[in-house]
Design a protein around this ligand. Structure first.
Ligand SMILES: Nc1ncnc2c1ncn2[C@@H]1O[C@H](COP(=O)(O)OP(=O)(O)O)[C@@H](O)[C@H]1O
Ligand SMILES: [Mg+2]
Length: 357
């Protein structure tokens, strides 16, 4: 058997009325990877997941797992299972009965299904609660029952659509760690959909950023945080400033962009006179009362210094547009004194990052 993982090739989904929900998606997901689809509401995440799970089919393109074509195969016949957002547990059945239910449907005899269900329950750490009903469990434990119900069918991949969406923040943070630990232990592919950047960064081996029905960028969390490909990703990932202008010079692998706020330089190549844009991470921006440098610096008004515990986020105004910096929390008192005043924001050439147009 080949072991190529999940492959989406030239996948489109066009709904009646010519709504292109998913366009030209090409992805290769290795077995055992934790992949997060991240993007704003309506960008096609759920539709992509539904096509992988078999709840919908591509209008064109193919989906395969380990070389086996999945198009047209019903969800039950795919080695891929979806954990639905509302866990859909049977309220009157015990944890054990809930987990064993799918096996009962397959016609497995009682002793065998109990053995397998108990093994799955052990994997999700609920052995001590096997006889409880769902209402006697916390939200996180209910989610683990839902996972147990999926694991018992031994899928190659598990799909989760906004799995932490309904949970309060503390439970969300706990479940991030639990889900990730469980996935590592199982070694099964997880594909997790969210619109929450922080959740994606904290959990994924690789993030697939979707926007406007297409894949905008695929990469590790570090790659997306440090090297967003284009303005969409830079803006959506948050904590990036984007400056745009016209290329004034380009030589020796460095370009100078003339922006309405001054000249900025960044490593990369381009043609003089072309439109260009660059990103600077908020944490790379230095703020001071020094004179504005001739290059890679701007004057901005500090509107608000937001204390975040380990850092201070500076919300600044650049000619009506937001500009951000993030500094160490030790500077809070000093920085607050500048609220409502102009300050200098600057950065080094290495901290600028050229974006694709
Ligand atoms: N069954 C459907 N019929 C028509 N349009 C749909 C259908 N399902 C989703 N869409 C549209 O496809 C786009 C992507 O939806 P969806 O995949 O649910 O986005 P996301 O999960 O990223 O929020 C949206 O514009 C949505 O309105
Ligand atoms: Mg969705």
């Amino acid at each position: 058997m080949s072991d190529t993982g999940l492959v989406l090739k030239d996948v489109y989904r066009v709904f009646p009325g010519n709504v292109t929900a998913v366009s030209d998606v090409n992805l290769e997901i290795k077995n055992g990877e934790y992949v997060v689809f991240l993007g704003p509401s309506g960008c096609g995440k759920t539709t992509t997941l539904r096509m992988i799970g078999g709840h919908d089919d591509p209008s064109s393109g193919t989906i395969t797992i380990d070389g086996e074509l999945l198009n047209g195969v019903t969800p039950a016949k795919r080695p891929i299972t979806t954990v639905f957002q509302h866990y859909a547990l049977f309220p009157h059945k015990s944890v054990l009965q809930n987990v064993a239910f799918g096996l009962k449907m397959q016609g497995m005899d009682k002793a065998e299904r109990e053995t397998q269900a108990k093994a799955a329950i052990e994997l999700v750490g609920l052995t001590a609660m096997m006889d409880r009903k769902p209402r006697e469990l916390s939200g996180g434990q209910q989610q683990r029952v839902a996972l147990g119900r999926v694991l018992v069918t031994r899928p190659k991949a598990i799909l989760l659509d906004e799995p932490l969406g309904g949970l309060d923040r503390l439970l969300q943070l706990k479940m991030r760690v639990e889900l990730r630990a469980l996935q590592r232990e199982l070694g099964i592919t997880f594909i997790h959909v969210t619109h929450n950047q922080e959740e994606a960064l904290s959990m994924a081996d690789r993030i697939v950023v979707m926007g406007d029905a297409i894949v905008q960028q695929v990469g590790t969390p570090e790659k997306l945080a440090r090297q967003p490909r284009n303005e969409f990703v830079a803006t959506f990932m948050g904590d990036n400033n984007v400056l745009k202008g016209t290329i004034a010079s380009a030589s020796g692998g460095v370009i100078v962009i003339d922006t309405p706020y001054g000249k900025v330089e960044v490593e990369g190549t381009g043609n003089v006179g072309d439109e260009s844009s660059m990103a600077i991470r908020a944490s790379a921006v230095k703020v001071s009362t020094d004179a504005v440098p001739a290059i890679n610096g701007i004057k901005v008004r500090l509107d608000f210094a937001e204390y975040l515990g380990d850092s201070v986020k500076l919300h600044m105004d650049l000619d009506g547009k937001p500009f951000m910096a993030k500094v160490h929390e030790e500077r809070y008192a000093e920085i607050r004194a500048y609220e409502g005043k102009d300050i200098t924001a600057s950065w080094t050439r290495e901290d600028g990052h050229l974006l694709e147009q």
